[in-house]
Design a protein around this ligand. Structure first.
Ligand code: NAD
Ligand code: IPM
Ligand code: MG
Length: 371
């Protein structure tokens, strides 16, 4: 298969983690005889530095004409520490999601068997947890009208949802549940918010078309607690934009690190693949960031094009690297392989060379059986 992939590495750790995903995708192309073409473009703070625009037209055009976008991360402390900044890196990502019509953000979360012992949560609580968060991505409070009074002492963000926006998201979530364990949990704040009541009414109505799927409801405050005390109860979580943002960072603790959590942002015509984490500026250039969230996002990209074996091989290689403790220090304090070493190890497993030799911090790659 030939795929044109736009690469928007972005800021902070974005470039170093995305580099590992490109290596992995190139290894897949070699092993399966695909043609993946990569074209890079700037976004976020680095784009502001160059063009004063966090999403230059050339970047948007490239994304529109590509088959898929591989996104790293955006954000920079010089904007985080300056709330008055009129142009922000995050606007680049939000505009990109809106312009490409990426209304559904899919964030799978599972407890890795090998990492249970490193989790801050009790292993018996998280063992076997396996859920996917369906986060609405182009509506809600992120995109409503914003105001700031002249004296800058009053501000507002409007939260708006239409039934259509909820319906298209809900169908995706129910279809996903049918391929999993047939359960959807709608996370909302329907005891307070009118938009949440619209979500509940709309989702209840659509649920009638999926009689095999169980639907339940949780207020987001309770959901935040349930996520920690009993995450195994969740199969598909359906939720609006901001609740999905917050609850997925929380859910990443189940996986062991936010550095493992991948996502796919999809719409009718375009698809973008991005880790859920940010630009982790404290780690930029240090080679300590976990590249797996980005690598698994690349696996989701392949899955999107129905390259299922290819995606499964990446997943298996990631599992193997975790099993062998070839990981960054966020996973295991005693193991501190660099971003690059982890990427190279996973790449090597995919290329299936000779025997793997792991010698301290020096990996020489060889043959590996990964499945
Ligand atoms: N999609 C995105 O591009 C995105 C997402 C979230 C935040 N941001 C931006 O990123 C910047 C930093 O935000 P933040 O500090 O709140 O969130 P962050 O996700 O960048 O980092 C939070 C913490 O998560 C951990 N972490 C994140 N990525 C990791 C990785 N790959 N490996 C290991 N540990 C990792 C680190 O402990 C880090 O301190 C901000 O400017 C924010 O706006 C961007
Ligand atoms: C950077 C920010 C705009 C973004 C969001 O809130 O959607 C991020 O936190 C994410 O989860 O992708
Ligand atoms: Mg987030």
């Amino acid at each position: 298969m030939k795929l044109n992939i736009a690469v928007l590495a972005g800021d902070g750790i974005g470039p170093e983690i995305t580099q590992q995903s490109i290596k992995v995708l190139k290894a897949i192309a070699e092993r399966f005889d695909h043609e993946f073409l990569f074209e890079e473009a700037v976004v976020g703070a680095s784009a502001i530095d160059l063009t004063e625009n966090p999403l230059p037209d050339a970047t948007l055009d490239l994304c529109k004409k590509s088959d898929a976008v591989l996104f790293g991360a955006i954000g920079d402390p010089k904007y985080d520490n300056n709330p008055a900044a009129k142009v922000r890196p995050e606007q680049g990502l939000l505009k990109l999601r809106k312009e490409l019509g990426l209304f559904a953000n899919i964030r799978p979360v599972r407890a890795f068997e090998r990492l249970l012992e490193h989790s801050p949560l009790r292993p018996d609580r998280i063992e076997g947890a396996d859920m996917v968060i369906y986060r609405e991505l182009t509506g809600g409070i992120y995109f409503g009208e914003k105001t700031l009074s002249e004296d800058e002492r009053e501000a507002s963000d409007l939260c708006v949802y239409t039934a259509e926006e909820i319906e298209r998201m809900t169908h995706l979530a129910f279809e996903a549940a049918q391929k999993r364990r047939n359960k959807v949990t709608l996370v909302d704040k329907a005891n307070v918010l009118e938009t949440s009541r619209l979500w509940r009414r709309t989702v209840k109505e659509i649920a009638k078309d999926y009689p095999d799927v169980e639907l339940d409801f949780l207020y987001v405050d309770n959901a935040a607690m349930q996520m920690i005390i009993n995450p195994k109860q969740f199969d598909v979580i359906l939720t609006e934009n901001m609740f999905g943002d917050i609850i997925s960072d929380e859910a990443s603790v189940i996986g062991g690190s936010i550095g493992l959590l991948a996502s796919a942002s999809v719409g009718k015509e375009h698809a973008l693949f991005e880790p859920i984490h940010g630009s982790y500026p404290q780690a930029a250039g240090k080679g300590i960031a976990n590249p797996i969230a980005s690598i698994l996002s690349a696996a989701m990209l392949l899955e999107h094009f129905n390259l299922l074996e290819e995606a499964a091989i990446i997943q298996a290689a990631v599992d193997k690297s975790l099993e062998m403790n070839i990981c960054t220090s966020d996973i295991n304090k005693e193991s501190s392989y660099s971003t690059e070493k982890v990427g190279t190890f996973i790449e090597g497993l995919i290329l299936d060379n000779e025997d793997l030799k792991i010698n301290g911090d020096n990996l020489s790659l060889g043959q590996a059986t990964i499945i």
